[in-house]
Write a new protein. Structure first.
Ligand SMILES: *[C@@H]1O[C@H](CO)[C@@H](O)[C@H](O)[C@H]1NC(C)=O
Ligand SMILES: *[C@@H]1O[C@H](CO)[C@@H](O)[C@H](O)[C@H]1NC(C)=O
Ligand SMILES: *[C@@H]1O[C@H](CO)[C@@H](O)[C@H](O)[C@H]1NC(C)=O
Ligand SMILES: *[C@@H]1O[C@H](CO)[C@@H](O)[C@H](O)[C@H]1NC(C)=O
Ligand SMILES: *[C@@H]1O[C@H](CO)[C@@H](O)[C@H](O)[C@H]1NC(C)=O
Ligand SMILES: *[C@@H]1O[C@H](CO)[C@@H](O)[C@H](O)[C@H]1NC(C)=O
Length: 305
């Protein structure tokens, strides 16, 4: 299953490709969610033009050994050429922005639906999920992605903080939520863990699946974990009396190791069963098979199903 972000993080394509070298004159400025951004934007390019653009490492402290391999930007339907029956997790990050520029994500998704089996659609814009829910519900799981609590979801003019107190509203539209990990285990200013919130239980009580995001091995994780990323995953899946339904990680092997080798998941609980590892590359592997080669900057969803 693939986390396909062609229209998500790649909206603003400067920092993860060589587009600046390939098209030096195509720099533009746009306002996205109220913030001015300079750079190179996917909507200014045709797909053919993007064929000469290759993906590079966006986080410069990480290895650059994949930069010269020549991975190109794929469309969702291109997945069919690298995996036989890809099932896809599509993230639509900026529907409002695209709408302002005459592009319709809803029609795009409907147009690819016959060729690609999309299993999940996530978005931080509840208005977008609401718009497509009538059309796709039942076949596709919709997941509402929370951003920082103080930020506004421009599609419905409410902050993520206020939406958090209305899970009933979200359940009427989506079947799951994705939250930054600090929503579950808040952190003090000096980087120590605070007691967990009750969000996982609240989401499950509301009938929502819950996924945690922002995992990576090379960030300064809270000191309580003693610099051990495995300990951090375990705190979300088998400790504290709750378990999230999946994690979005930039280092999926570590997530897989935590889940497959170290977690003592209680399989009699309905919250989770056989874990499924879902990679950016479109490979679905039922645990314990390890995910295949990941590009250094790829994110991966690990679902516990
Ligand atoms: C969804 O948005 C489209 C325009 O993109 C609009 O025509 C349609 O009426 C909307 N549907 C719902 C259910 O809001
Ligand atoms: C949100 O607020 C802005 C500015 O007040 C307005 O233009 C827009 O129509 C509102 N959107 C919704 C979905 O209410
Ligand atoms: C949840 O949202 C719905 C729809 O906007 C609203 O009618 C309801 O009052 C809200 N509930 C709470 C507890 O805020
Ligand atoms: C994290 O460590 C600090 C310092 O030892 C401690 O006060 C705090 O209770 C710990 N947090 C949790 C959730 O155990
Ligand atoms: C597993 O979960 C079930 C139901 O919540 C509980 O009755 C059982 O004691 C648990 N088993 C272990 C080993 O924790
Ligand atoms: C995806 O996985 C296949 C093996 O299934 C591998 O041959 C290919 O190079 C991988 N592609 C990327 C972009 O990692």
């Amino acid at each position: 299953m693939a986390w396909e972000s062609a229209f998500g993080t790649l909206t603003w394509i400067i920092n993860c490709t060589n587009v600046a070298q390939a098209y030096p004159a195509r720099k533009r400025t746009y306002v996205i969610d109220g913030v001015r951004k300079n750079g190179w934007f996917a909507l200014d390019f045709t797909k053919d033009e993007l064929q000469s653009v290759i993906l590079t490492q966006a986080i410069w402290s990480r290895t650059r050994r994949f930069d010269s391999v020549g991975y190109s930007i794929l469309s969702v339907t291109d997945l069919l050429s690298i995996v036989k029956q890809p099932s896809v997790w599509l993230n639509v990050q900026h529907d409002t922005f695209y709408k302002e520029h005459g592009l319709n994500m809803r029609n795009y998704i409907l147009s690819i639906q016959k060729r690609v089996s999309v299993d999940y659609i996530s978005s931080p814009e509840l208005g977008f999920l609401q718009n497509i829910s009538g059309t796709v519900r039942g076949k596709i799981k919709l997941v509402f992605s929370f951003l920082d609590k103080s930020l506004l979801d421009h599609s419905i003019n409410q902050t993520y903080g206020s939406l958090l107190s209305n899970l009933t509203l979200i359940k009427s539209i989506a079947s799951g939520i994705m939250v930054p990990k600090t929503y579950i285990w808040p952190v003090t200013k000096d980087n120590y863990l605070q007691p967990s919130t009750s969000i996982v239980a609240e989401a499950h009580n509301a009938g929502l699946e819950i996924y945690a995001s922002d995992f990576a091995n090379d960030r300064i994780i809270p000191y309580n974990y003693s610099y051990d990323p495995l300990a951090e995953y375990l705190n979300f899946i088998s400790d504290g009396g709750f378990s999230v339904d999946g994690v979005l990680s930039e280092h999926p092997f570590t997530a897989s190791e935590a889940i497959g080798c170290l977690a003592s998941l209680n399989s009699s609980k309905t919250d989770h069963g056989e874990p499924l590892v879902i990679s950016h590359n479109g490979t679905v592997r039922t645990w314990p098979t390890i995910v295949q080669l990941m590009m250094a900057q790829m994110s991966l969803i690990v679902l516990f199903k």
